[in-house]
Design a protein around this ligand. Sequence first.
Ligand code: NAD
Ligand code: MG
Length: 402
Amino acid sequence: MGSVAQTKSKEPIQATAPKKVSIFGATGSVGCSTISLINERPENFQIEVLTANRNVKKLAEQAISLKARKAVIATTDLYEELKDCLSGTGVEAAAGADALIEAASEPVDWVMSAIVGAAGLAPTLAAIQTGSVVALANKEALVCAGDMMLQNVEKFGATLLPVDSEHNAIFQVLDLEQMDKVERIILTASGGPFLKLSYEEMRNVTLAQTLAHPNWDMGAKISVDSATMMNKGLELIEAVHLFPVGNDDVDIIIHPQSIIHSMVEYGDGSILAQMGAPDMRTPISYALGWPNRHKFKANRLDFGEMSALTFMEPDTSQFPALKLAKFALNTGKSAPTILNAANEVAVGGFLKGQIGFLDIVSIVEETLNCAKFVEFSDISDIYVEDRNGREIASNILRNKCA
Ligand code: NAD
Ligand code: MG
């Protein structure tokens, strides 16, 4: 199976020229963490493309300070504003969905795919088709188009590096040359801000409570996904695509401290875990330097200060999103695409205050109940099913608001 980087070079690569880097979703949480790492060793990088959805000011500031070649704003209406901000700086401005894809088609050494949601799929695929090294934070792209993305990775000789902290942890401890000795992958989950609440007690939680993740500081969409635990469901599907394991070889365990980022269990009883402070710069740094490791001033673990590492089985009646993701994974065909599309619509509705917290996963469930799942033969089928899932979910959402 064409999957994540199959071989890990034992020899560190000596850098010759600065690495040409493009960052899709530069203004977001992962994008900014990536830039902060680049700023620690700016002489090692040449910034080609930076992109954002609407935040012109931040994008322009980033592009100017990093001397990027091009800045792309996804929202066409904001082109003039971006052009004005970049006037006289030598940074090229572009706007719109096609400009994003065009920018992703320009070959570079390393691409950060950190747009949130299925909106990141087309540029990520375009980057893969250049045969580049693609650091993947955008899990939704993999959830809705995993098989097709990995076929492209193989066809175009690209390398996919997992940035999601759990998958990056697995990547660090998984021996791809001895997969027959791997018994299972154990994905850890913090359980999010509502771990101690019952399902019913979550009914009236506020947006502010939902966004206040106990361990991680992340964008709004993934913060909501962490609270419903749909994030772990998406990560289950992500893991099965990234690593050569079966649907039942990935277990999820709640570990509220987020110190162990995931584990691999081998047939001899050994379990290898990757640990660290909950800081996205660590997995991003691993992907940015791969196959070398780099030092940076990461938050360090102090074992003397740590009282306990605890674990518990997730309760699917408390977090039904986990059941839905497993259902979509096992159903295959377009089910994961529909799951993701419905979740994006529902989370969007919750962020706008249109629905309550428990409605998010209900909308996903009702959408899966209504949808017909189809096989994909072409990438265009995925976009059709993504739209289809969004349409069904939007109708359900409207009825809930009425
Ligand atoms: P964010 O909301 O902070 O940033 C998202 C970025 O994507 C921004 O630059 C935004 O401008 C851009 N964007 C949003 N919608 C867009 C659209 N329609 N078209 C083009 N660009 C668009 O999100 P984030 O927390 O940085 O997460 C990014 C991705 O990384 C997500 O897929 C998330 O699941 C994944 N991830 C994030 C973290 C984290 O700690 N934040 C951890 C693991 C995985
Ligand atoms: Mg994660």
